[in-house]
Design a protein around this ligand. Sequence first.
Ligand code: ADP
Ligand code: ZN
Ligand code: ZN
Length: 691
Amino acid sequence: MLYAEIIIDISAEELDKAFTYAVPEELWDKLYPGVRVNVPFGNGGRKRKGVVIALSTRSGLADDKIKYIDSLIEGAPDIEQELIRLADYMSKEYGCTMNQALMTVLPVKAKVRKNSRRKDAVETIRGIAGDGSECVSGALTEEPEEKAFLNADQLKAVEEIRTENTRPSLLYGITGSGKTRVYIELIRGMQKAGKQSIVLIPEISLTFQTVTELARYFGDKVAVMHSKLSAGERYDQFQKAVNGEIDVMVGPRSALFTPFKELGLIIIDEEHERTYQSETSPRYDTRAVARKRADMCGAKLVLGSATPSLESYTKALKGEYALHKLLSRAHKGAELPKISVVDMRTELAQGNRSIFSETLHEKISERLDRGEQIMLFINRRGYAGFVSCRSCGHVIKCPHCDVSMTAHNNWYVDPRTGRKEAALLSCHYCGYTRPMPKICPECKSSYIAPFGTGTQKLEQAVRNTFPDARVLRMDADTTTSKNAYERILSDFKAHKADILIGTQMIVKGHDFENVTLVGIVAADLSLNTSEYDASERSYQLITQAAGRSGRGERTGEVVIQSYDPSHYAISCAAGRDYESFYEREMSYRRLLNYPPETFMLFVRLRSEDEQTLEAAAKKAAAAAEAYEPEGAEVIGPCNEAIYKIKDNYRKIIYIKNKRHDIITKIREDIMSHAEPDASAPARVYINFDIR
Ligand code: ADP
Ligand code: ZN
Ligand code: ZN
């Protein structure tokens, strides 16, 4: 017997109401998720139209209660069917329910829609640009200049991508090589052929330049989706696609599900970015789902990056992807910046205890004298890493999480005394705050103080060292208010400040013509994390940060400060040697059997009760160990690097296997084994990532 789960009159509000029908034998090989059928519905058995979302050989209902599907609705597959099939793929691939997958792929119609402000691309871009950036709004009304639109390298890439008819394309182009114009040319070709394109970006505000340029070339034929849109506004954007009002959709990963009828091209810009990995269920990898969608409708998939992920570059080298390279800067006269690496250990040995090496100090002064701009990058926010006692070593920790609290230079009013206190400690994981203690709670000494470096400390140091410089700081703390991000960037662009200090937020997205110096203050910070891909992240960050310098007529310079300058992530980034970096990093991954050399399943478990968690983690590990004869390697369970967050204990299990199907099976087994007993005092939450 075969049963079908059917949704009547599919619309987001009805997605959780699927009905079970029996499938008549003559339809057994004709049904799959997305197919439309006629079914008898309700007491009168009136005929209604429904959509099949899943098939199964079990029903969970008594057979005499189940009605039969009436008939198949013939007709060409439509966009809805395509998206439902995509949801089906996602639910199997990522182990989520069909309902979760459908909610992700189908346009969600909000129940009550207040007269939502309709934003077109131009307005959105203006909103992003803020007020200070006339050049941007000016550019929007200009006619696109046709002259020398593409240089020889760009033309070659376009031609190659166009003639490549089955494989996805990886466009490896250094920062400033003009990948955006390649995208534009490809989209224009699609437009001429009556087809639509989707351009995925990590986040609008981080890829400002790309979005502006697309908006400029495609005018009212492009819609921009950003993460701040309400459900209603998103629905409106999707309706424009359904109605054929637009040819291009630009947005973060959810824009992948734009219901274009004749989708011809999907572009994933900055494909190496982590934001393409969804962090809520379904925890999908945008690149994989995009590939599936492209396959389903015969669209072309293009992945672009200046620092391709190891995974994608490996696929390109194996011939699974076509590889296209842009290895020089596109802007006429824009030379690549000169990069120097400073060994901070030598500086210290020579008695320099400041944040700035002599080289960086000198170069900053030079730029300030010449009226040029500087960007200083540090990979950590806050004033200091942690607060500790220099007498006994005690570290102030968050009572709800297993992390040290971070000092901020903010003022704070003590609710009991009503007095202003000088400093506040906060937990970056749960937001808990407390005043900075004046004496050590352990040994009562007064030698308790913030340690380490961060953006605030760097700002302080800059203000002390260069008192006349105008300084802006951009990190998660200064950008909490709406539009703060845009305001800081447009102020800097309008030269209302000389120095911009920031975290990875500032490393991409903008073309600042007047920036001629980029300082990477502590390049090692991202290397010293416990992640297997720490080197890859560091290489990407350094390369992106360096790419900010010398985007205009003047040649730029980059100074990288490091305590470990011979580390290949730093030396290869400084030498702009992606290939060498790739080789070194891949030999490390091969040696230790890490992705992309193997598939790796991350099983993360959390619970408020430690014993319950421990038992569940053991069960999960045992389920995985059953696959050791199939070559599965199981590591753990071990405590997460931060064992407790928001009063939840956390454990992790890593499972490696060369075969994707085995990894998927293990995940399914863990899901069905790890349920705690009904008597357990707390729930256990599990999530999975496959890399
Ligand atoms: P990427 O995304 O590869 O880092 P962009 O697409 O931002 O690079 O391009 C960098 C700069 O070069 C932009 O200011 C762009 O307008 C300019 N540019 C791109 N292609 C050309 C070209 N063929 N001729 C002149 N300038 C170009
Ligand atoms: Zn102490
Ligand atoms: Zn906390």
